[in-house]
Design a protein around this ligand. Sequence first.
Ligand code: ADP
Ligand code: GN1
Ligand code: MG
Length: 370
Amino acid sequence: MEALIMEVVEHFCFQGTYKGKKPWGSGHINDTYLVTFELDGGKQKRYILQRMNKSIFKEPEQLMENITSVTGFLRERIRENGGDPDRETLHVIPTKDGGSYYVDAEGEYWRAYDFIEDAVSYDLVERPEDFYESALTFGRFQRLLADYPAETLHETIPGFHDTRARFEAFQKAVEEDVCHRADSVRDEIRFVLDREELSGYFGDLQKRGEIGLRVTHNDTKLNNVLMDKKTGKGLCVIDLDTVMPGLAMHDFGDSIRFGASTALEDEKDLDKVWCDMHLFEEYTKGFIEGCGGKLTPKEIELLPMGAKLMTYECGMRFLMDYLQGDVYFKIHRPEHNLDRARTQFKLVSDMENKWQTMENIVKKYAAAKN
Ligand code: ADP
Ligand code: GN1
Ligand code: MG
């Protein structure tokens, strides 16, 4: 691996002398490394180097076109608003031939970003204020991209949050049962099938023209936003692979399923897993505020449904991957995807029980906005 990284590093416009690398972060998709360089005079300069997952992102060139264009657009907006574009958005490091990615001898795609120093990302909320800050930052991201020409974005994963299509794929995976695992997870499969009507909920509203697409992030979990270590403020939205036209409720919902949980996404002890209504409230407040008036009353009304649907969809995706032999999400133990699926279903059940509270919280902040 060291030799491969050295070979890859050669092709990027990094400053200084290469000193070393280490695996970084807890993402489930790409291979991420922190690479360190030494500048003249001994100062350190660090970068993020990522091998993109090309079995998931079939068109890495298009993906990088999205990212360079979106980050360029954000830089301008951040500058206009008096922010610091070097810390508040990703900066793609060009390759020596002026491209935004490098293809190695084995056909793997690599990209690099400036490492944003003095920032942190969390896998679990430590202080409710941090969750509020993350909501403001994701909301602001949507607001800043409200005027972005959505039609120029490539769809990096077609049907990414088409829950109906995902439900159908799930049914097929259960029928095929390629790893003979279905019998051991009948209760979990039943949980998904019993809630089939959820899968078409947003699709139907879209068809009726009641909700529309906007530019969204589509993968808004807490570890995809960096927080400033010194000020505790939300700083930078990262992991831009799935920035595409989507639904505002999905961005809200994906944050809730991950960050409003009282436990890690892969917690084995389900007695520890609950959807915390205080955290739900912090996020609701921050997200509506961050979106700065861009959300329609209908979108706001549908935020609780976004939370339930994204949690349901994600649980279904984890379970489907378990059934198919763990081919999509990275796993670190044999039943990792099954454990992840179970936390999501526990959260869906808990949201079903707390539905009225969730709706009341959203109404309170919808009223505050008007
Ligand atoms: P994945 O798609 O696998 O989730 P990410 O792009 O989210 O990959 O990166 C994984 C982790 O690396 C993030 O959760 C974050 O902690 C860290 N990270 C990524 N980019 C940067 C950056 N530019 N500066 C600092 N940390 C970063
Ligand atoms: C993946 O890339 P990462 O780890 O931030 C996945 C999301 C899931 C999430 C579950 C491109 O996110 O859709 O919600 O895992 N990203 C992709 O933790 O599939
Ligand atoms: Mg990530």
